[in-house]
Design a protein around this ligand. Structure first.
Ligand code: SF4
Ligand code: F3S
Ligand code: FES
Length: 249
């Protein structure tokens, strides 16, 4: 049986450090299997959040060898061999303990987004939608809310701009609603001001880490920017026109 060396962050908001574990590895194991082995056989106090072990609940987000990834989707044999596997919690959100962070800010943001609004004028008529109207919103609905994209986005992570930018996960939620053919709510103002879409400078780091391979920038953020710029651009034209008239008076 092979053995892997794991260096796992242990600590809480007061501080912490890496602890080394030598774990016997079985064929086909993912990093979460090794964490479970540590919990069962070596140290039951190691805290880690998980649920499905099938890359669908989004709970086991972490940083493995410095890269945001799901513990249950990262195979040990796919990592560089002969080197320790370094496991940290996602670091854009406050640490609770060991590998568990508090991601509740995301749920607060989600509550602020205006929900789907069905056109009341349609009344009792059949709800007819065409297949090609569904493609984009369907892609965004694959999101498992692992928040790895939020973790890697430099606007949130390095600049701490949570009060100015909702982050890529919430941009795809907004895009999914805005592109829905039956939705009549206008969220343009929110996307621009409160949501802060202008802070995204299309580095695409969010796309690289998304376990669902959602095209966050090309299919959501860029179209949202275009939509908002069309709208804000028009406002500016009107403002400029009004100011021009005022100036000449
Ligand atoms: Fe996770 Fe992708 Fe959803 Fe972001 S968009 S929360 S990376 S599944
Ligand atoms: Fe952040 Fe993705 Fe934009 S990483 S800056 S949301 S392209
Ligand atoms: Fe559910 Fe990893 S345990 S996504």
């Amino acid at each position: 049986m092979r053995e892997a060396t794991l260096r796992v962050f242990r600590g809480d908001k007061g501080g912490g450090s890496e602890v080394e574990y030598h774990v016997p590895i079985e064929e086909g194991w993912v990093v979460l299997d090794a964490i479970h082995h540590i919990q069962a056989e070596m140290d039951g106090t190691l805290a880690c959040r998980w649920n499905c072990k099938a890359a669908k609940c989004g709970s086991c987000s972490a940083e493995i060898n410095g890269k945001p990834a799901l513990l249950c989707k990262t195979r040990i044999d796919a990592l560089p061999q002969g080197r320790p596997i370094v496991v940290y919690p996602i670091r854009t959100f406050p640490l609770i303990r060991d590998l568990v962070t508090d991601v509740s800010w995301n749920y607060e943001v989600a509550k602020r987004i205006k929900p789907f609004q069905y056109d009341p004028a349609i009344g009792d008529k059949p709800f007819v939608m065409y297949q090609n109207d569904l493609g984009r919103p369907r892609e965004f609905r694959k999101c498992i809310e692992c928040f790895l994209c939020q973790n890697v986005c430099h606007v949130l992570r390095d600049h701490g701009a949570k009060s100015q930018y909702f982050g890529p996960r919430h941009m795809i939620r907004l895009a999914g609603l805005e592109m829905h053919p039956m939705d009549v709510e206008d969220r343009t103002e929110m996307i621009w001001k409160e949501g802060g879409v202008g802070f995204c400078n299309i580095t695409k780091c969010c796309e690289e880490v998304c376990p669902e391979h959602i095209h966050l920038t090309d299919n959501a953020i860029i179209p949202l920017k275009e939509r908002v710029i069309d709208s804000v651009g028009m406002l500016r034209v009107i403002k400029g026109w009004v100011r021009g008239k005022t100036d000449s008076e």
